[in-house]
Structures are given as structure tokens and as C-alpha cells.
Design a protein around this ligand. Structure first.
Ligand SMILES: NC(=O)c1ccc[n+]([C@@H]2O[C@H](COP(=O)([O-])OP(=O)(O)OC[C@H]3O[C@@H](n4cnc5c(N)ncnc54)[C@H](OP(=O)(O)O)[C@@H]3O)[C@@H](O)[C@H]2O)c1
Length: 323
């Protein structure tokens, strides 16, 4: 497995996202939580993946519990990342939340502890004071942030007085803003961008269309899966299929290869099966040429989904009709 090295740490270019583990948001059910999830982690370890991403909020702690059990006996192979839910991130709360995650994960150290979102009310200094204390106690190895703008990332680093190793942001062919905003800075400063939802929550697997939409609350609330947007995504998905056919791989693998073609970027796709995990891991070795990358970017630029406030009425209507 190819790795990206930042601050002397080797991180697999494809990691594993585990929001799906034990969470009702994805609707994968009990069998997935109690068997498939563990098998996905085992296979990921065999394939050389070391970055495993979870959060205290995923399945209200279930994801951390499932992941913790699955990595038992393999701790030295894992770069373990979790996130604090920053409701009131003052130092004693930060420590209490971290100790809760450590307990659920069954480890004595979290390698990368990330602030899940910026808190618009509580000054960032307080969260960073708490994080510094965790570093000093050896309870965490590195500090990360998530969903931070570049300015907020720099501020966090200044307040911590130490490197904030990574920013985990939504980044894929359908969410390209982070590449333009923070790639140069990450490269210049030996920092990492962790791309979440690198498959657009499965849209870029090219198996969904207006007549075949995914189930589960997470994607019911994702405007990309509105029928009109699935229609509009047609040409982008077609471009993905074309490049995939040329390489004898799947559209999802091409979408991941596009993400990790950017320097200082790793991707953490979730997986609903071991087969998907294997395909995603194999994408680490798929190299697209410049013309393919540009053609995909152009196709992505032409895809203009309805999003944000404009999509809200359709999302609410869809939710009500499913209820
Ligand atoms: N920091 C944050 O705020 C934040 C937010 C969201 C996510 N995350 C993290 O990022 C991880 C990944 O993001 P995500 O789960 O939102 O989206 P994603 O990785 O883009 O999509 C995951 C889904 O895509 C489908 N898929 C995966 N591999 C595939 C393949 N090879 N071929 C076809 N379909 C495939 C699966 O769904 P189906 O098979 O059911 O279609 C899977 O559940 C999460 O698990 C979590 O750890 C972080």
C-alpha cells in the first residue's frame, strides 16, 4: 500500500472510514455491525491499510467499539484516528471525551485526535488548550481538525503551538473546493488533507440513478441523491465509466484515484462489504494520466447539482414521503 508521509508519519493513501459501523445512518443492519464490519477491518489490515477513522458520534460510540475490537492484537499496524464532538470543548471536557473514546476503543493512545467541526461559539483556544494537555499526557499522538477552513486550520495550529497534522474535509470529484483552498499550504507545510466522502457517499460508484436510489437516512439527507441531481450526474458518471473501462477497473476506483492523485491527500472511503474494501484498497495502485485527470475534472465542473438551501425543500419532501 502506498503511503503519504507527513511529520515523519507514514499514512496509507487509502484509509478506512467507519461511520458505517454500528450506525443507523447507513441502514446496513445488525449483521453488518456484528460481522461484516470486523471482516472489513481484518481485510484492510491484510492489505496494508493503516489509517482507520472513527468518531465518538458515529453510532453513538458503536463505531469506536466495533473498530476497537477489530484491531485488537494489531495495534502496532494501525494509525488510529478519532474525533471529539465539540459541543463544549473546554479542557476538562476535551479530556473527558478523549478518555471515553480511549475506553471504547480499548487503547491507551489515539494516534490522531481530531476536532470534528469548528465550534462557532466556544473560542478555539480552549479546545486547543485541551488538546495540548492530551498531547503532553501521551493520550494522543497528534492533533487534527475536521471541516475547518484553511484560515481556521492555521489558527488552530497557532493556538496549539504545535503542528495540527491534518484537516479532514469533504473532498472528491463532486467536492473540489478543498483542493483549491488548502492543497498548496498542506504541501508547503508537511500537512495532510484527509478526504472524507471521497466517493460522494457512493454516488461516484456509478450504480445509482433516479430510478435506483440508495436507502438510509445519511443519503436521504444528501442532496446529491435527489432524482434531479442523479439525472444531472449522468455525464460525469459516464466519464468515470469510460476511464474505468480503459483500465479494467470500476468507476469507484477511478474516483478514488482522482482524489489521491493530489499530493498530501489520503482518502478514507467507507465500505458496505469486504469486496468494496478490496476494490478501494486496490485503487491505491491505479495511476491516471494527466489527460484522464483533466477530462474527469472537466466533467465534474459541468455537473451542477442543486445543493444547500435550494435543495432543502426537496430533501424535506423526500424525507416526509419516506416517513
Ligand atoms: N469529518 C466528517 O465530518 C466526516 C463526514 C462524513 C464522513 N466522514 C468519514 O469519512 C468516511 C467516508 O465517507 P462517507 O462514508 O460519508 O462516504 P464515501 O466513502 O464517499 O461513501 C461510502 C459508501 O460508498 C459505497 N462504496 C464504497 N466503496 C465502493 C465501491 N468500491 N464501489 C461502489 N460503491 C462503493 C458504499 O455504499 P453502498 O454500497 O451502500 O452504496 C459506502 O458505504 C466515513 O466513514 C467517516 O469515517 C467524516
Amino acid at each position: 500500500m502506498r503511503t503519504v508521509t507527513v511529520e515523519g508519519v507514514d499514512i496509507s493513501i487509502i484509509g478506512l472510514g467507519t461511520w458505517q459501523f454500528g450506525s443507523k445512518d447507513w441502514g446496513y443492519g445488525d449483521e453488518y455491525a456484528s460481522n461484516e464490519a470486523g471482516a472489513i477491518v481484518q481485510r484492510a489490515l491484510e492489505l496494508g491499510i493503516n489509517l482507520f477513522d472513527t468518531a465518538e458520534i458515529y453510532g453513538r460510540g458503536n463505531s469506536e467499539r466495533i473498530l476497537g475490537q477489530a484491531i485488537e492484537g494489531h495495534r502496532d499496524q494501525v494509525f488510529l484516528a478519532s474525533k471529539i464532538l465539540p459541543i463544549f470543548p473546554i479542557p476538562p471536557v476535551v479530556e473527558q471525551r478523549a478518555r471515553g473514546s480511549l475506553r471504547r476503543l480499548g487503547v491507551d493512545r489515539i494516534d490522531l485526535y481530531q476536532v470534528h467541526w469548528p465550534n462557532p461559539v466556544v473560542p478555539l483556544k480552549l479546545a486547543m488548550d485541551g488538546m495540548r494537555k492530551l498531547l503532553d499526557q501521551g493520550l494522543i499522538g497528534h492533533v487534527g481538525v475536521s471541516n475547518f477552513s484553511l484560515a481556521q486550520w492555521k489558527k488552530a495550529e497557532e493556538l496549539l503551538g504545535r503542528p495540527v497534522l491534518s484537516n479532514q474535509v469533504k473532498a472528491s470529484l463532486v467536492d473540489r473546493k478543498p483542493f483549491a483552498e488548502m492543497l498548496d499550504w498542506a504541501q508547503q507545510h508537511d500537512r495532510l488533507i484527509i478526504a472524507y466522502s471521497p466517493l460522494g457517499q457512493g454516488l461516484l460508484g456509478a450504480k445509482y440513478d433516479a430510478q435506483h436510489r440508495p436507502s438510509g437516512p445519511a443519503r436521504a439527507m444528501n442532496a446529491l441523491f435527489l432524482p434531479e441531481n442523479l439525472e444531472r450526474a449522468g455525464p460525469l458518471l459516464q466519464e468515470l465509466r469510460q476511464v474505468a473501462d480503459a483500465h479494467g477497473v470500476s468507476p469507484a476506483q477511478v474516483a478514488l484515484a482522482w482524489v489521491i492523485s493530489h499530493p498530501n491527500v489520503v482518502a478514507i472511503p467507507g465500505a458496505s462489504s469486504v469486496a468494496q474494501l478490496e476494490a478501494n484498497a486496490a485503487a491505491a495502485d491505479l495511476v491516471l494520466d494527466r489527460a484522464e485527470i483533466d477530462a474527469l475534472t472537466r466533467a465534474a465542473e459541468r455537473f451542477e447539482p442543486t445543493r444547500g438551501l435550494a435543495a432543502a425543500p426537496a430533501l424535506v419532501k423526500g424525507r416526509l414521503s419516506r416517513a
